[in-house]
Design a protein around this ligand. Structure first.
Ligand code: HEM
Length: 195
C-alpha cells in the first residue's frame, strides 16, 4: 500500500505544480504550452500512465485485502467505537474517501483528458468547467476528501516506520496534506471567482 501510494503522491506533487500554471493570469498561454509539451512527450507520459494505473489497481487490491483481513480478525463488531491509539476521522473513513477519489478520478480523466477542448485549448476547457458552480463545488469537495485521505496515508506510512508518535511528523502529515489538497482546491476556487 505504502509504495503504490507513494507513487501517486509523487504524481500529485508534479500534477499540482503543472496545474498551478492555470492561475498564471496569462489567458492560459503557459498552461496550453505545458499541455502541448506533455502531448509531444509520449515517451515520458505513456510509461507514467501505465505505472499509475498499475499502482492504482494494486493500491485498491491491497486496501480491499486489508479490510477483509481486519474484518476476519474481528468477525464480531466492536460494541462501542472510540477514538483511541491514533485513530482519526480520516483513518475510519479511509475506504470511503478512497471510493470518492476513484469516482472523482474516473470523471476527471473522462472530462479533462478526453473531453472536447474549447477552441483547441485545454485551458479554456478547464476554465469553462470551473466557471460552473456545480463543477467548481464538486472539485473543491473532492479535494477536501483527498486531503483527509493523504493525511491518514502519511500517518500510516510513519506508523509503519515506527515513527508515528513524533509530534513533528504528525504536524508534517497535516501540513503536506493541506498544502497539496489546498493547492488543488485553490484552482477551481480561483477560476470560479475570477472567471
Ligand atoms: C483542481 C484540481 C485538478 C486539475 C485542475 C487537474 C487538471 C487536469 C488536466 C487539465 C488534465 C488533462 C491533461 C492532459 O490531457 O494533458 C488532467 C489529467 C489527469 N489528472 Fe488531474 N487535475 C486536478 C486534480 C487531480 C487529482 C487530485 C488527481 C489524482 C487524484 C488527478 C489525476 C489526473 C490523472 C491521472 C490525469 C491523466 C494523466 C495522463 O493520463 O496523462 N488530477 N488533470
Amino acid at each position: 500500500m505504502a509504495l503504490t501510494g507513494l507513487i501517486w503522491y509523487g504524481f500529485l506533487v508534479g500534477h499540482l505544480v503543472g496545474n498551478l500554471q492555470l492561475l498564471a493570469g496569462d489567458g492560459g498561454v503557459a498552461f496550453d504550452d505545458y499541455a502541448a509539451f506533455l502531448e509531444a512527450s509520449a515517451a515520458l507520459v505513456v510509461p507514467t500512465e501505465v505505472i499509475l494505473l498499475l499502482a492504482l489497481v494494486l493500491h485498491i487490491y491491497a486496501a480491499v485485502s486489508l479490510s477483509r483481513e481486519a474484518r476476519a480478525a474481528r468477525p464480531v463488531g466492536y460494541r462501542e467505537l472510540r477514538t483511541v491509539g491514533g485513530r482519526s476521522v480520516a483513518s475510519r473513513t479511509m475506504i470511503y474517501s478512497g471510493l470518492v477519489i476513484v469516482v472523482f478520478l474516473a470523471q476527471h480523466i473522462f472530462n479533462f483528458k478526453y473531453g472536447d477542448r474549447v477552441d483547441g485549448s485545454l485551458f479554456a476547457l478547464v476554465d469553462t468547467t470551473f466557471g460552473q458552480p456545480l463543477w467548481a463545488g464538486f472539485y473543491m469537495f473532492a479535494m477536501i476528501v483527498l486531503g483527509f485521505h493523504l493525511w491518514h496515508a502519511l500517518r500510516s506510512a510513519f506508523q509503519t516506520l515506527g515513527l508515528s508518535a513524533r509530534p513533528t511528523l504528525r504536524r508534517l502529515s497535516i501540513l503536506l496534506s493541506v498544502l497539496i489538497a489546498g493547492g488543488f482546491a485553490l484552482i477551481p476556487a480561483a477560476m470560479f471567482v475570477g472567471g
